[in-house]
Structures are given as structure tokens and as C-alpha cells.
Design a protein around this ligand. Structure first.
Ligand code: FAD
Ligand code: NAD
Length: 463
């Protein structure tokens, strides 16, 4: 097979890789992308999109189920609803399929050459790809590694049989009666909540003293309350130890052993970079722990090799991978770019949702700032009341000396859609006065953002 020679080779077509290739193509860079499985990567095929589809279906089912019998306060009653999970999964697969074709179309439109198969490094400028029609050698001036991450497997709970990963959980055809989730982080709580809403009896086993340990306790409280309301048993400070038949053996926070009967055991204890089995070891790139070490231009320790996305470490989020991909494409095209983002917003799609952008009050104080904090509860927000979802709040953190906004957090129904306003305020260097002086449409939950700023300034209007 004829060797391909190109200016840019992107390995992996997840959100990092495909954005990098599209932008490079737009800028006229001769670009090739290699993908072993499916364009869109983890996020589109087995991550963000399918999980959010399932979460939405579960939410709808739970809402309707709640109306069965006596009905809720809205005065709507329905017959007992039924869920056909196989149909839900088929619907989810349809969305994934549409987006998958969309990404391939965008790559073609940008004149990117797509090679299907697993890339294997020969040296820092050359890879071999086993394609359906033979071995394809690709030689490039610049290589971008965007091979992403994969679930961490616990040695005493290998995937298989009742022990499933997030990928398996997103394709179940029936709702397990008893689901035990090991790991109360992002995936465990997003999917655990969804399965509980679909009727599973769910237990979450979390090793640290708090679920979602990456967030502060105040933000997590409304989520913990809702988990309890949904009947989800949450065991914090508890560790999975192994299998005993179809039961999960755990050590509780008190040091006792317990067996948790389960039809499925979903292990979501983090993800690890995909660095093994494709010749990367031979390049001997510098590492930052398990991840590839990069600088503020996503350059690795070897000239001509960049790395983006999950393989470069936390936060392992799709929008970070995309932003890195866009930046690297512009650098390859000769533009002057460095990583100058002030914040990477994060959303946890639990019930209620959590959003963070920038620094929490404790993080800001730990960095030596004297801070002013304003918090506005959704139970004082008209829109939240009309939507029967008053739990949660918006919190804003600013420098006490200049009122420069350092961080914004929120927990509440639908707050994921506020993440862009939060990130924009921080990126634009907004002060409390800017947020307070911006007219926020009424009635919306976003008014909580304005009110939090007013509160920090000492003159909130609705509390
Ligand atoms: P990936 O998306 O992992 O893509 C890497 C690609 O490289 C894959 O397609 C893989 O097949 C390919 N590849 C690997 N090795 C090779 C090779 N040798 N040759 C060729 N191709 C190769 N993030 C969010 O921001 N929001 C969310 O709501 C969210 N939800 C998630 C839900 C779940 C269940 C999971 C698992 C993850 C979720 N994430 C979410 C995280 C998000 O999916 C990742 O941060 C994102 O996909 C990382 O993008 P990436 O481009 O670095 O890698
Ligand atoms: P995570 O890091 O969010 O959570 C893993 C949890 O497992 C932690 O709370 C940890 O303390 C716990 N844990 C570890 N070992 C354990 C053990 N032996 N027993 C019990 N608990 C244990 O990881 P995740 O949920 O697997 O998600 C992986 C990554 O995917 C996330 O870090 C995030 O970057 C990304 N993701 C993002 C979103 C989103 O943006 N909404 C959604 C899903 C996943």
C-alpha cells in the first residue's frame, strides 16, 4: 500500500482529535486522522452523549411514574407507565449514529483524510495502521496524540459476567433489579441515578467520606438528599473487596464486612489514559503520573509530537479536549497560541445538576485571596418554584479588593445551561458589578446568578 505523507497526523478521533483535524483542515493544513473504533470517541459513542440520552429518558420515566396513582401537585394523573429499555437504547443508538455520521461529514468537508484502524508507532514521525485492506504507513511532520482514556478495572473485580463498565451499562436491554455501583463519582452517580429512576434498587459504594469528592460539601448536599429520596443507598467510606457469587463483598466505613446482592455491579472508579499496546512506550515521552506531560502548547517532550485530551490528564472532559485540539491545530498552521484559559467549566449531570467554573471559596482562600461570596437559593426564584425544583443555589466568589469574579458554582435543576454564562463572565474578567448590572430575563433560573452577585455586593433584591 502506498505510504501517506502529510503535514499533520492526528491519532484518535474523539472530541480532541476530530476538532483538531477539522480546524487544521479549515486552515489548509494537509491532515490525516486515524481512528481505531468510531469517530466521536468515548464522548460521542460510549460517554457524554449516550449517558445524557439515558439520563433524560430516566428522568421522563420517573416524572410520569410520579404522576401515577394520586398524581402530584400539578393535577395530572396517568396510568402506571412502562419502560421498554431496549427501545430506549435503540433511540439512544440512533442519536449516536446521527452524530457519528455528522463528525465524519465535518472531517470530509474540511478535507481531512480519514484512515480506519489502530495506529502503531514505528518512530516519532511514522505510524503503521492495520486497515481492512492492508498495512498503511503514514509519515507526518507533526503528530497529535489524542487516544483518550479507558475505564479503570479493579483487579479483584474484572469486567465480565455481572461486573460491568459504563460502556456495558449504556447498552443494557433490561433494567437490573439490583444494581451496585462501585465509585460515587461522575459516572457512578449519573448512571446510578438514571437506573434508580428506571426502577432499579441501587446501592452506591464510595471509598471516600463523601460522594463526588471533587466538589465541596455544600454543592453535593442537594444531590445526596435527592439520592436518598430516590431510595438509593449510599455507603461512603466503604471499599469494594471482591465477588462472592453474585454479591459484592465490601468493607464498610466501620470496618465490618458486608455482602451486597446484585444483578449487575457497575464499576466506575475512574479512567486511565490509553497509553499501552500501540508503540507509545518506545517513544519514551515524559509522563506526569500515568498521563503524558505537556506544556502550555500541548507539546510533549519530543519535538513534533503534541498530545491533547484525556491522555494529558485532569480534568478529563470533552470540552477541554476540544479546546486543546483547536489550539494545537492553529499552532500547527503557524499561529501564535498558548493555553490561556481562565477556567474550564465542569458539569455533573446528577439530579440536581452541579456546575463549577473557576475557584470555589476554599480554593480561592487557599490561593491567598481575600474573598467576597454571594449565594442565592433557588427557593427564592419564581421560575424554580413553577418547575417544582427549588433545591439548590448559585454561588459567586470574587476578590474582596476588586470584586473580580474568581469562581461561580451552582447546584439545581437544569443549571448545566448556566455553565456558559459562568465561564464567559470569568473569561471576560467580569466584576460583581458587571454581573449585577446585566439584565437577566425574568422569570429564569439565571436570575439567581445576578442575585448572587448582588448578594456579594451587599444588596440582593429578592432575599
Ligand atoms: P476519547 O474520546 O477517548 O477518544 C479517543 C479516540 O482514540 C477513541 O475513539 C479511540 O478509539 C481512539 N484510539 C485510541 N487509540 C488509538 C490508536 N492507537 N489508533 C487509532 N485510534 C485510537 N465529558 C464531558 O465533558 N461531559 C460529559 O457529560 C461526559 N460524560 C461522560 C460519560 C461517560 C460514561 C464517560 C465514560 C465519559 C464522559 N465524559 C464526559 C468524558 C469524555 O468522554 C472524555 O473527556 C472525552 O471523550 C475525551 O476526549 P479525547 O478526544 O481525549 O478521547
Ligand atoms: P471519578 O473520578 O469521577 O469517580 C470515581 C470515584 O470512585 C471516586 O469518587 C473515588 O473515590 C471512587 N473509588 C475509587 N476506588 C474505589 C473503590 N475501590 N471502591 C469504592 N470507590 C472507589 O471517575 P468516573 O466516575 O469513573 O469518571 C471518570 C472521568 O470521566 C471523570 O473524572 C470525568 O473526568 C469524566 N466524566 C465526566 C462527566 C461529566 O462531565 N458530566 C461524566 C462522566 C464522566
Amino acid at each position: 500500500m502506498k505510504e501517506i505523507v502529510c503535514k499533520l497526523l492526528v491519532i484518535g478521533a474523539g472530541p480532541g482529535g476530530y476538532i483538531c483535524a477539522i480546524r487544521a483542515g479549515q486552515l489548509g493544513v494537509d491532515t490525516v486522522i486515524v481512528e481505531a473504533v468510531k469517530a466521536g470517541g468515548t464522548c460521542l459513542n460510549i460517554g457524554c452523549i449516550p449517558s445524557k440520552a439515558l439520563i433524560h429518558a430516566a428522568e421522563e420515566f420517573e416524572k410520569v411514574s410520579h404522576m401515577a396513582g394520586n398524581g402530584g401537585p400539578l393535577g395530572i394523573t396517568v396510568e402506571t407507565p412502562k419502560l421498554d429499555l431496549a427501545k430506549t437504547i435503540a433511540w439512544k443508538d440512533g442519536i449516536v449514529g446521527r452524530l457519528n455520521s455528522g463528525v465524519l461529514g465535518l472531517l470530509r468537508k474540511a478535507k481531512v483524510k480519514i484512515v480506519h484502524g489502530r495506529a502503531q508507532f514505528r518512530d516519532g514521525k511514522t505510524v503503521e495502521v492495520e486497515t481492512e485492506t492492508g498495512t498503511q504507513v503514514i509519515r507526518a511532520e507533526t503528530v497529535v496524540i489524542a487516544t483518550g482514556s479507558e475505564p479503570v478495572e479493579l483487579p479483584f473485580l474484572p469486567f465480565g459476567g455481572p461486573v460491568i463498565s459504563s460502556t456495558d451499562a449504556l447498552s443494557l436491554k433490561t433494567v437490573p433489579q439490583k444494581l451496585v455501583v462501585v465509585g460515587g463519582g461522575y459516572i457512578g452517580l449519573e448512571l446510578g441515578t438514571a437506573f434508580a429512576k428506571m426502577g432499579a434498587q441501587v446501592t452506591v459504594v464510595e471509598a471516600t467520606p463523601q460522594i463526588l469528592p471533587q466538589y465541596d460539601a455544600e454543592l453535593v448536599k442537594p444531590v445526596a438528599k435527592r439520592l436518598a429520596d430516590l431510595g438509593i443507598r449510599v455507603l461512603t467510606g466503604a471499599r469494594a473487596k471482591g465477588l462472592s457469587g453474585n454479591a459484592l463483598l465490601i468493607e464498610t466505613a466501620e470496618g465490618t464486612e458486608e455482602q451486597l446482592e446484585a444483578d449487575k455491579i457497575l464499576v466506575t472508579v475512574g479512567r486511565k489514559p490509553r497509553t499501552e499496546g500501540w508503540g507509545l512506550d518506545e517513544l519514551d515521552l515524559d509522563r506526569a503520573g500515568k498521563f503524558l506531560r505537556i506544556d502550555d502548547r500541548c507539546r510533549t517532550s519530543m519535538r513534533g509530537i503534541h498530545a491533547i485530551g484525556d491522555i494529558t490528564g485532569e480534568p478529563m472532559l470533552a470540552h477541554r479536549a476540544m479546546a486543546q485540539g483547536e489550539m494545537v491545530a492553529e499552532i500547527v498552521a503557524g499561529r501564535k497560541r498558548t493555553w490561556d484559559k481562565r477556567c474550564i467549566p465542569a458539569v455533573c449531570f446528577t439530579d440536581p445538576e452541579i456546575v463549577t467554573a473557576g475557584l470555589s471559596p476554599d480554593e480561592a482562600r487557599a490561593q491567598g485571596y481575600d474573598v467576597r461570596v454571594g449565594q442565592f437559593p433557588f427557593n427564592a426564584n419564581g421560575r424554580a418554584m413553577t418547575m417544582l425544583s427549588e433545591d439548590g443555589f448559585v454561588r459567586i466568589v470574587a476578590r474582596a479588593d476588586s470584586n473580580l469574579v474568581l469562581g461561580i458554582q451552582a447546584v439545581g435543576a437544569g443549571v448545566s445551561e448556566l455553565s456558559s454564562a459562568f465561564a464567559l463572565a470569568i473569561e471576560m474578567g467580569a466584576r460583581l458589578e458587571d454581573v449585577a448590572a446585566t439584565i437577566h430575563a425574568h422569570p429564569t433560573r439565571s436570575e439567581g446568578f445576578q442575585e448572587a452577585a448582588l448578594k456579594a455586593l451587599g444588596h440582593a433584591l429578592h432575599i
